[in-house]
Write a protein that binds this ligand. Structure first.
Ligand code: PAF
Length: 510
């Protein structure tokens, strides 16, 4: 494909019509550094879309004239860097192109108050309105499939995600983690303006944030005053340093697993921002849904792709049911049940086929728990209060340090109510019966005719949804996905996209 530089808005429309491909869009204000390079190359490696980089210093987002004048301009070098790192086209519009005078079609947008009044919005009045206006204008011209942004400007990222939702724009936002220089300071176009001494100060600031993250990992708390004291002792001028909820930018709550420690400092004329995410545990994905919705297959694939632990809670209920049958224990007799629960250990172990086996009291039951006999009693057994209490406790133990995707019927509502992403996976009864019929791993299902399977599924749904404790229910904050007509890979990709949208990429960095 011929690499092109486009300067006029009319040209961009022509170019878009002719390329016959989806677009990855990487908006920049130039003076490109390794952070931008990472954005361009990530977009290149993600898919076979056409990569368009824009270079436009947006006057509307500068609250200070001097800052705008001093903003580094390195256009020739930017063109070289963009093309040599995967850009197929570069859009370099003029001010008049983006904001034609007397053009009534230009929408001057306002960023939402809740997100723009905190952090950088406190002192940079109108900055985020300017960002929303220019990005909306660029998106309307370019109509990309994907928009690539850095997590370094986390508040900007949140505001732009909100813009996409608010304006119902058909674009997916992909983010990359903050890229840091050799000395730990975040890469920023403004770094070139730093004197050696100023660079030392920002280095101290960033290292304090990274240190706070390390301490938080062990102690699960931070001492903001202590950090402020240390920074002040170095005569660092702090604009703000806040510990907030990462998505709402409101005060962090006790139950929040991921929080944001963000600060801005001034070094001479230059203002620099940095942040870290603090996590009590690694993220958890909860996938609930009725039998046959495709939960197991989807959850296993997600665990593999995101390198998360796979917690099959249904297998735990099945394993226990298996043991009760095997030992002929009358589960209706409380005392008997209580006695057996005292000595039960259920563990998952990876086998040589990189699959997971389930063991109850050191005996592998992976295959045996899938029989129709177990299927027919597991719902009853899992509705016993003592059983649920016991297994929920075991499941929480497994999930203590997070980093897992759990599937079941009460994961989002009971087991991990603070999971970062909750999915309610479902499908019509017809679809679920068809799937079970063609499930090669379920011998019994193949022997049963389709209508009987439908009846069995209906019965199971009824029992699961109407039991007293932890009934099958969609959590208020769960996202429902109806899988009829979708391939397994489509569902997996959708959930991974939702995870990536929700969980900052930076949290993956140790
Ligand atoms: O992050 C930036 O460089 C700018 O705010 C952006 C998104 C290119 C809009 O001008």
């Amino acid at each position: 494909m011929k690499k092109v530089i486009i300067r006029k808005t009319e040209e961009i429309e022509n170019w878009r019509r002719n390329i016959n491909n989806d677009i990855n869009f990487i908006p920049t204000m130039g003076n490109l550094h390794n952070g931008h390079i990472k954005l361009i190359s990530t977009a290149k490696n993600d898919n076979s879309n056409v990569n368009l980089v824009s270079i436009f210093i947006n006057p509307l987002q500068f609250d200070n004239k001097l800052d705008l004048e001093n903003y580094p301009k390195t256009i020739d070098n930017d063109i070289k860097i963009s093309f040599s790192n995967g850009a197929d086209a570069i859009f370099i519009p003029s001010n008049e192109d983006i904001y034609p005078p007397n053009n009534k079609n230009i929408k001057f947008l306002k960023a939402p108050i809740e997100l723009s009044s905190a952090l950088c919005g406190l002192n940079r009045i109108g900055h985020f309105d300017g960002v929303c206006t220019v990005v909306y204008r660029l998106l309307s011209l370019i109509k990309p499939k994907n928009l690539y942004l850095g997590e370094k400007d986390w508040q900007q990222l949140l505001i732009l995600k909100n813009l996409v939702l608010r304006k119902k724009l058909n674009v997916a936002i992909k983010s990359i983690p903050t890229q840091r220089d050799f000395d730990g300071i975040p890469l920023s176009s403004r770094n070139v303006n730093l004197s050696k001494k100023e660079r030392q100060l920002i280095r101290f600031f960033s290292s304090e944030l990274l240190e706070a993250k390390k301490i938080f990992q062990q102690e699960k708390k931070i001492n903001l005053n202590e950090i402020i004291k240390k920074l002040s002792a170095k005569k660092i001028s702090i604009e703000y340093l806040e510990h907030l909820h990462p998505y709402t930018l409101q005060k962090v709550r006790l139950e929040d697993n991921i929080s944001l420690l963000a600060g801005a400092i001034r070094c001479g004329e230059t203002r620099l921002i940095d942040h870290v995410f603090l996590m009590k545990r690694r993220p958890i994905i909860a996938i609930d849904g009725p039998a046959g919705s495709g939960k197991s297959t989807v959850t296993k694939l997600i665990a593999k792709k995101l390198k998360l632990l796979y917690l099959d809670t249904g297998a735990m209920y099945r394993a226990l049911s298996w043991l009760l049958i095997k030992e002929s224990i009358d589960y209706k007799k409380e005392k008997k049940l209580q006695d057996i629960l005292k000595d039960i250990s259920i563990v998952f172990k990876s086998n040589t086929n990189s699959k997971q086996d389930v063991y109850i009291n050191n005996y592998c039951v992976t295959e045996e728990i899938r029989s129709q006999k177990i299927s027919s009693i597991v719902s009853k057994i899992s509705s016993i209060n003592k059983v649920r209490k016991f297994l929920v406790k075991e499941q929480r133990k497994i999930g203590e340090s997070g980093g897992l995707v759990a599937e079941g019927r009460d994961i989002g509502t009971t087991v991990f109510p603070h999971a970062e992403l909750k999915i309610f996976l479902t499908a019509s009864i017809d679809e679920r019966a068809k799937r079970r019929k063609s499930d090669k791993s379920s011998k019994d299902s193949q022997e049963i005719d389709l209508n009987t399977l439908k009846e069995l599924i209906k019965k199971r749904d009824f029992e699961d949804s109407n039991r007293e404790i932890s009934p099958l229910r969609k959590a208020n904050d769960a996202i429902e996905i109806i899988t009829d007509g979708y391939s397994i890979n489509e569902v997996v990709d959708k959930i991974i996209d939702l995870y990536n949208e929700k969980i900052p990429k930076e949290t993956e960095i140790k």
